[in-house]
Write a protein that binds this ligand. Structure first.
Ligand SMILES: [Zn+2]
Length: 182
């Protein structure tokens, strides 16, 4: 496994629509392992392949599993999801505002409206169909990552973007953003 470089918006790959995963070969397995290592090292709770310069429809997601996170995320804490060709097939009507940040846009966070719950289908690392029901923060992270596959960044849809370190009154928001950097 290896830590890969996380690209920033000056790299056009981040703005491209990614292509569907066709092959679940050894190279693809290495890509997944490297993305997981890169995400955990950052640290972040999600990463999309375009963020490491690979224009393929692949995301990895893992919420933290410390005690507070276990309480907040329940059975989803610490579970590693690797999803190829993910699609949101269902979502709640309700949109909720939350703070998120992106490993490709260091130093910033933003307020973004996301669906409160989503159902995602896709393929696991071996090409087997999977279906994931996600709520709250997990749903938010999945939506953020799937947007990356369309070349879309949270700053495109944020109602407000700010630098957490510059605003003391946003400190709580910054703490929350650290939990949702992806
Ligand atoms: Zn991101």
């Amino acid at each position: 496994m290896a830590i890969r470089t996380i690209i920033q918006p000056d790299n056009p790959t981040l703005r491209k629509k990614a292509i569907r995963v066709q092959s679940f070969d050894r190279k693809f397995q290495t890509l997944i392992d490297d993305m997981v290592e890169t995400m955990l090292d950052a640290p972040g709770v999600g990463l999309a392949a375009p963020q490491v310069g690979v224009s393929q429809r692949l995301i990895v997601v893992r919420l933290q599993d410390d005690e507070a996170s276990k309480e907040e995320f329940g059975e989803h804490a610490g579970v590693l999801y690797a999803v190829a060709n993910p699609e949101i097939i269902k979502h709640s009507r309700i949109l909720v505002e939350g703070i998120e940040a992106c490993l490709s846009i260091p130093g910033y966070a933003g307020k973004v409206d996301r669906y409160d719950s989503v159902v995602i289908t896709g393929l696991d690392r071996h090409g087997k169909p999977i279906r994931i029901k996600a709520k709250d923060w997990l749903a938010r992270v999945f939506q953020h990552e799937i947007d990356h596959l369309e070349g879309k960044l949270y700053i495109d849809i944020a109602t407000e973007v700010f630098r957490p370190s510059d605003q003391d009154d946003e400190k709580d928001a910054a703490d929350k953003a650290a939990q949702t950097t992806s």
